[in-house]
Design a protein around this ligand. Sequence first.
Ligand SMILES: NC(=O)C1=CN([C@@H]2O[C@H](COP(=O)(O)OP(=O)(O)OC[C@H]3O[C@@H](n4cnc5c(N)ncnc54)[C@H](OP(=O)(O)O)[C@@H]3O)[C@@H](O)[C@H]2O)C=CC1
Ligand SMILES: CC(C)(CO)C(=O)C(=O)O
Length: 362
Amino acid sequence: MKVAVLGAGAGGAASVAELVQAGHDVHFWARSAETLEPHIKLGGVAYEGKLGEGVARPALITTDLKAAIDGVDVAVVVLPTFSHSAIASALAGAGWSSSKPVVLNPGHTGGALEFAETFSRTGRAAPPVVEFSTLTYVARKYRPDGVTVSGRAKQLKAAALKGGSEVLEIAGKLYPGLTPVADVIASDLSNVNMVLHPPAAVLAAAWVEATGGNFTFYVDAMTPGVARVMKQLDDERLAVAKAFGHDLPNLVEEMKLLGTVEADVVDTSDFRAAIAGGEANKRIKGPDSLEYRYYKEDFGHGLLPFLELAKIAGVETPVAHSLYSLAQIAVGTDYRKGGRTAEAMGIAGMSRDQVIQKVRAQ
Ligand SMILES: NC(=O)C1=CN([C@@H]2O[C@H](COP(=O)(O)OP(=O)(O)OC[C@H]3O[C@@H](n4cnc5c(N)ncnc54)[C@H](OP(=O)(O)O)[C@@H]3O)[C@@H](O)[C@H]2O)C=CC1
Ligand SMILES: CC(C)(CO)C(=O)C(=O)O
């Protein structure tokens, strides 16, 4: 397939590596010349880890969005989710067709809804949008022209707004291992980062500020108290999902499907042991400051849309509220500004049944 990969962070670089290896004709786009320059110099993306080792050479590397999407069958957005609205506007402006699929890898919580809402506000019908519940990789860019991939999701939840099974099939050809779920609310609420990051982000904020993140986030900061808060937050997530008609696995079971908790873990209620024992995440350091995406993205584009969905479903979520409020104060921000509100997702004022109807209408 002819694919535009939009984004040159760790996820975008890993995607280029996997898609080029699989024989797809890849156009690699990023907004800044500075980020792309090392890749242009190398002629591609150096990769190591779960995808093997080598240099993946896409057909085109460019900051010109029009050139990147010219003639492609599908666009894959591999960017922090706080940029989904900006990329939706940019794609609409660059002439993206309303009939060609866009894959959000990941969409996290509310990605497809926000993307479609922003695109349609430009006056054109939104294209089919497929969202993944999380990124297909655990990956970091330790060098400017390359990526280290320590995990590749085994089973990953995905759903589409418009186009249904047809566009999910296209996404599945690009990224084997997708598990289609009933609707985007089910994939929204399967976003593990929304549960995995906020408890330690808030409870270990002093540690982050004092050390610049010199501790392991999923081992050192996965203390018994953090794990207890995480478990309660996860129960709230499952309750909201249930109110929308979805029986979802708990966080540890979901991470087992992804492969970030080891397959032989039996006690899925012991969050601390299961998560700290995961090989893919084990060595990942804490955030270097309160500016890191765990503080921005997982609140403004994680817990915020979650709280909006919980409100619509009429489910109490005191732990999510507490973490959200404390993070706002600690970070000194208002997550609603530019955040994924109900309005941004195009579901403001809707009842639970109206939301279900909206996401299931093909
Ligand atoms: N990495 C991982 O292991 C995991 C990541 N995820 C999620 O996957 C997504 C991608 O993650 P990852 O690739 O690691 O993120 P990165 O932090 O590596 O991505 C940074 C890139 O995003 C670009 N960017 C930021 N804002 C915009 C914008 N408005 N328009 C265009 N480009 C933008 C930056 O561009 P520039 O260089 O110009 O600043 C930069 O190149 C995130 O949602 C993340 O939470 C989920 C699970 C695991
Ligand atoms: C470490 C990981 C992959 C957790 O699974 C993550 O969520 C991230 O870096 O954003």
